[in-house]
Design a protein around this ligand. Structure first.
Ligand code: PGA
Length: 252
């Protein structure tokens, strides 16, 4: 079985002014530990170019938090994959639960966005995960299965290998309530197995599956060392250099 390179991605969401974001990037760069993990930070659209310029020449890569499904044109307020790419970003997060819930983004729309991102050579971080009611009703595997089937399984095997999946149980995002290591490993193994059934073992063994949801410096090691967890998508704890750096160290 091949070794999958771990990824630690910080999702800054709608936080930080430009100077605060630049300062945080400076501290992360200055304190970056020796690591084999890929480190990604996702600032707001409006700060992508500045933060990309700051980290240029380092191992840190930049992600956008969303992108339009359209190429270009009269879509006031939208940001295209081409614009994101030209800002120096390398990745784009698609399907975050906050986009699914607050902006009513459907699986169908997310597939269009992913195809657009791929067309412009952005690597996709595709988020999936069940909410609390779905978990309590015991439907969590079905929900995740549908999010894979309706979106990811329309891609070629190679595009799926190139896509990073982030399993983020919605009930764990920003709540301080993390999935237990058992819950995380169980779902990550299920996702990998579902990918194996749809594609093959090579695709399943190569694809990286990140955990997200209240991951912090205290619980990172217990989650990031699980066999099917290939890193983390970090929200709140990525806004402080010290905790983000601790999480990067825990991924080693
Ligand atoms: P959180 O967010 O770490 O603040 O729970 C994770 C995410 O939404 O990606």
């Amino acid at each position: 079985m091949q070794m999958r390179k771990k990824i630690i991605a910080g999702n800054w969401k709608m936080n930080l002014s430009l100077s605060e974001g630049e300062k945080l990037a400076d501290v992360i760069m200055a304190e970056m530990p020796a690591t084999t993990a890929e480190v990604i930070i996702a600032p707001s659209f409006i700060h992508l170019a500045n933060v990309s310029a700051k980290v240029r020449g380092t191992s840190i890569k930049i992600a956008a938090q969303n992108c339009s499904q359209h190429n270009a044109g009269a879509y006031t307020g939208e940001v295209s994959a081409e614009m994101i790419k030209s800002s120096g970003a390398y990745y784009v997060i698609i399907g975050h639960s906050e986009r699914r819930v607050y902006f009513k983004e459907s699986n169908e729309l997310l597939l269009q966005k992913i195809n657009k991102a791929i067309e412009y050579k952005l690597k996709v971080i595709y988020c999936i995960g069940e909410n609390l009611a779905q978990r309590e009703a015991g439907n969590h595997f079905d929900i995740v299965h549908e999010q894979l089937k309706a979106v990811l399984f329309n891609l070629s095997a190679q595009a799926t290998v190139d896509t990073i999946i982030a399993y983020e149980p919605v009930w764990a995002i920003g709540t301080g309530k993390t999935a237990t290591p058992e819950q995380a490993q169980e779902m990550h193994a299920y996702i990998r197995d579902t990918i194996k059934t749809h594609y093959n073992a090579d695709v399943a063994n190569a694809v990286r599956i990140l955990y997200g949801g209240s991951c912090n410096e205290q619980n990172a090691a217990s989650i990031l060392t699980l066999p099917d967890v290939d890193g983390g998508l970090i929200g709140g704890a990525s806004l402080k250099a010290e905790s983000f750096i601790s999480i990067i160290k825990a991924a080693n």
